[in-house]
Design a protein around this ligand. Sequence first.
Ligand SMILES: Cc1ncc(COP(=O)(O)O)c(C=O)c1O
Length: 450
Amino acid sequence: MAEAIQNTNVFSSSKKRMNPDDSNRDDDIIAKKLPTKPTWEDPVMALANARHEFGEHGGVNMSIEASATFTVMEPETLSRMFAGELGPDRDFFIYSRHFNPTVLNLGRQMAALEGTEAAYCTSSGMSAISSILLQLVSSGENIVASQTLYGGTHALLTHFLPRSSNITTTFVDIRDLEKTKEAIVEGRTKVLYFESMSNPTLTVANIPELSRIAHEKGVMVVVDNTFAPMVVSPARLGADVVIHSISKYISGGADIIAGAVCGPASLLNSLMDLHQGAFMLLGPTMNAKVAFELSERIPHLGLRVKEHCHRALVYAQRMKKMGLKVIYPGLEDHPDHLLLKSISNKDYGYGGMICLDMGTEAKANKLMNLLQNYTQFGLMAVSLGYYETLMSCSGSSTSSELNEEEQALAGISPGLVRMSIGYSGTLEQRWGQFEKALSRLQEPGLFGKN
Ligand SMILES: Cc1ncc(COP(=O)(O)O)c(C=O)c1O
């Protein structure tokens, strides 16, 4: 099955089911009639060029294939599907932990968004990350990773993978290209792993250079692009695999947990292999109803991202003018500003995340308390990409898996407030709320000593 499944092109456009014995398949004729595929220039353009899936009865939206299992007309068809002779490329489906048509359609949108050959979606960002790493790295092998990563990923690499699978990780400052190169041990290191824009410190990865270094040593580059969908397209810059926590910007509703792996079709097929595939055997399966909901949100992702980014830039500029210690890669004095400018897609902005360093955790907590409970600027909550502004003190929340030393190495100060800037209300209305909270914070005697 392994080889047979890889030989069927699951990630090409699916066609309505044909007679399995129809050896006169019209693939060639169809291929000849189709205009040549447009080259990938921009995520929104690529999404518009992607196949639009209609509903079963001509509905403008695709149908939901809410079935765990799929029937066949002849008993031989089932064994032919298991033998890999018939597959999703010809509209033959077995079971939804394997391929599901609705999830496959969402995967096509994700592949268009990231400019990869294929993509498939999972039940969470963490399941996407753990599945791809377990697929690419075996017992005794090594990962080289950025020392600044989402706390859950850091814990997976530091604690879980060494214990469960004898997979070790060497953490490096990926801004130091020489050190990164030195850390990669040819033959033993299988993956270079980092975030396009790091959680929470917002450092920007030099994706073209890091990919070049890794590829020189035969290592796969896996990039978590959760913080920068639309803004950065890692696969177009040299990365092999792009990961998303769809739970964030792509969902936009803070109501769904989901993830995706975007990459070469051969890799996605191997993840579904009946004997060796992490998707098939670990089962991080996305529900078809969830896939449908998410697919309805992708068409306005570009608009949402632009507004998140616009407001983040305006607020960061104003915060800086006020003398606050603000970290935002859109600011000209951010150390990665020029790098981001050179690798980002045009006209989306510099990301929707801002960090404010308040010095101490106590002061950070006071500010967040005022911003939520006194002026309603935003909500104290982890996560990002929601239409409301979300704020959390990273060191004691989403990065608390890192110990004190690891946090210091990652550049996470105890008073760092991570803000995911929302777009509800007007920009000026929200800014007024921010200013009001800040001036209250500066009032002497409020909550004791400032
Ligand atoms: C950068 C990054 N990657 C991955 C994840 C994990 O995603 P999920 O919560 O969807 O499992 C998160 C979650 O916060 C994240 O911030």
